[in-house]
Design a protein around this ligand. Structure first.
Ligand code: SF4
Length: 204
């Protein structure tokens, strides 16, 4: 870990104006993440798209609308979960982020996960699944599956953008979310890590 900060707000401030990788040159806004900072369910997508880059918020374009519908299908709202991406700036032309960009931005994602302490991190799509599982993956083979992670489970689902392209993938991502819901209710979730005591306010 390169650094530790005390809060998501502190991390957001640290990322403001980041020029660590070349994606900084083409972005309009950094897309940090949004949602419930203590949620037990965190979603990690690949990278901001055009609408996200303009608004500085994750999953607010058509794929985000579908994500909201998929969440509603398992009784959740966007405010119940935390949503972010592997890289915080939009790759040009919506290409996949390259390995160097992913590696450079990864400490920010790791720190978000450490601060949020999710019980499940759901990767949306091949790129995010590869980052979270630390290996190249074939999404068609592992979607809907659950893998042990350090203090949380990794679950893999198709990216909602892929589901917008074909009705078959839409059905698959719906089944991924049904499995995700069952994992959320599964008593075999890893024990919640202890949270630090709130800091005492200094008098001086
Ligand atoms: S993608 Fe990440 S590392 Fe690259 S400039 Fe944006 S915040 Fe910094």
């Amino acid at each position: 870990m390169e650094f530790e900060v005390a809060s998501l707000d502190g991390l957001k401030k640290l990322i403001e104006g980041c020029t660590r990788c070349p994606l900084s040159t083409g972005r309009t806004k950094i897309v940090f993440g949004m949602g419930n900072p203590t949620s037990k369910l965190m979603f990690v997508g690949e990278a901001p798209g055009r609408v996200e880059d303009e608004r500085g918020l994750p999953f607010v374009g058509p794929a985000g609308k579908l994500l909201d519908e998929l969440l509603a299908g398992i009784g959740l709202r966007r405010e119940d979960v935390y949503i972010t991406n592997v890289v915080k700036c939009r790759p040009p032309g919506n290409r996949d982020p390259n390995p160097g960009e992913i590696e450079t931005c990864n400490p920010f994602l790791s720190e978000q996960i450490r601060l949020i302490e999710p019980r499940i991190v759901c990767s949306l799509g091949r790129v995010a699944a590869g980052v979270m599982l630390r290996k190249n993956v074939q999404i068609s083979r592992i979607h809907g599956e659950r893998f042990s992670g350090p203090g949380y489970f990794n679950v893999v689902a198709f990216h909602p953008a892929a589901a917008l392209r074909t009705p078959e993938t839409l059905e698959l991502v719906k089944s991924d979310f049904q499995k995700l819901s069952s994992y959320l209710h599964d008593s075999e979730l890893p024990p919640e890590p202890p949270r630090p005591e709130p800091e005492q306010m200094g008098l001086f």
